[in-house]
Design a protein around this ligand. Structure first.
Ligand code: AVJ
Length: 328
């Protein structure tokens, strides 16, 4: 049943996603308190992220689209390399809107490739398997549902062809720099000499521009953050009062880290399921998400420390965003 969990009637409803529960309790019993950005994307969160991407303030999506539409040929030539057959693997493909520009051109050139979108969401892979063959006739498609590295291993078993990995949308920015370094190093270990990566990275720019992208006027970004609390209420039978928390976005131009927090407006207690009570002091924060911005030289460093060679750069007109080709 859907009975609310109150202090008088502690919640005894089952928790369906045990990993989610453990990660949330872990994060909220840590100092400082934090939540994991991957949990933003339930169906309400997916919709809010679409709305964020459609906001005039949220420039990264438009920048990368501009790059893909204005420089399609050069990007695809860099992926086609010596013309040998390849597997085009996309990490976190989502609805594949951006990559479709590249896929269409590759098909026109009769490039010999299989598109292998990897996504943690089973819904996404089911959708892509259903939608792409109609939209892109002749596409060889092999969707993989699961963790990035498990699925990269899977892709290596399916074929030994050359790999080109897409990691778009500044998803790499969702990790602190040290984690991004470790991630790229691990990615390098799953690849062979001559394999390539096309990585989209948001660049340092006017701090007002960055901050506005994470603090849109309509309030979608605020709702996106608060939705994670609502998701915890729904799925983990918690009782967050959403109105008792305030969204606080910030950008530090020196480090390039854009971070969002939820600040407790009052002293309060929140229960999660039957067994957890979390205390919040007034003004205490929960760290929600990082969206790291890089200087071009810092993206080179990220590549090189991981064992990649940056071999080509594609910028938008304003040089706000970079899609780089890295080679093993
Ligand atoms: C999907 C991680 C690239 O950090 O810009 C957008 C997510 N969060 N607005 C980003 C996000 C708030 C986005 N990434």
């Amino acid at each position: 049943d859907n009975q609310a969990c109150t202090e008088q009637a502690p919640c005894t409803q089952p928790i369906l996603n045990q990993q989610f529960y453990e990660d949330v309790v872990n994060g909220l019993t840590s100092h400082p308190k934090h939540l994991e950005a991957k949990y933003f994307y339930d169906s309400a969160g997916d919709k809010l992220f679409q709305q964020i991407m459609a906001c005039p303030e949220y420039y990264p999506t438009n920048c990368e689209l501009e790059i893909f539409t204005q420089q399609t040929q050069a990007i695809c030539e860099a992926m086609m390399a010596d013309g040998s057959a390849f597997d085009l693997i996309e990490l976190g493909a989502g609805d594949a809107t951006k990559s479709t520009y590249l896929l269409r051109y590759l098909l026109e050139q009769q490039a010999d490739f299989t598109y292998m979108p990897i996504d943690i969401s089973a819904n996404t892979i089911t959708y892509l398997n259903a939608a792409l063959p109609g939209a892109l006739p002749g596409l060889q498609l092999h969707g993989l549902n699961g963790d990035y590295f498990d699925m990269l291993q899977e892709a290596a078993k399916i074929s030994t062809r050359r790999k080109v990995v897409l990691f778009l949308g500044s998803n790499v920015g969702n990790m602190p720099v040290a984690d991004a370094q470790a991630f790229c190093t691990k990615l390098r270990q799953y690849l062979q000499p001559e394999d390539r990566v096309l990585i989209g990275i948001d660049l340092k720019k006017n701090p007002h521009t960055v901050l506005a992208a994470y603090n849109d006027n309509t309030g979608y970004t605020r709702q996106f953050n608060l939705n994670l609390m609502e998701r915890i209420n729904r799925e983990l039978h918690a009782n967050f009062s959403i109105s008792q928390f305030e969204h606080y976005p910030m950008y530090d131009p020196e480090t390039g880290s854009c971070k969002s927090y939820l600040i407790s407006l009052v002293d309060q207690e929140v229960t999660i399921g039957a067994n957890e009570t979390i205390h919040f002091k007034k003004d205490e924060y929960i760290f929600m998400e990082i969206s790291q911005k890089y200087a071009v030289a810092e993206t080179d460093q990220l590549a090189i420390q991981a064992g990649f060679k940056p071999i080509q750069y594609f910028f938008d007109e304003r040089q706000w965003f970079l899609d780089a080709i890295w080679q093993v």
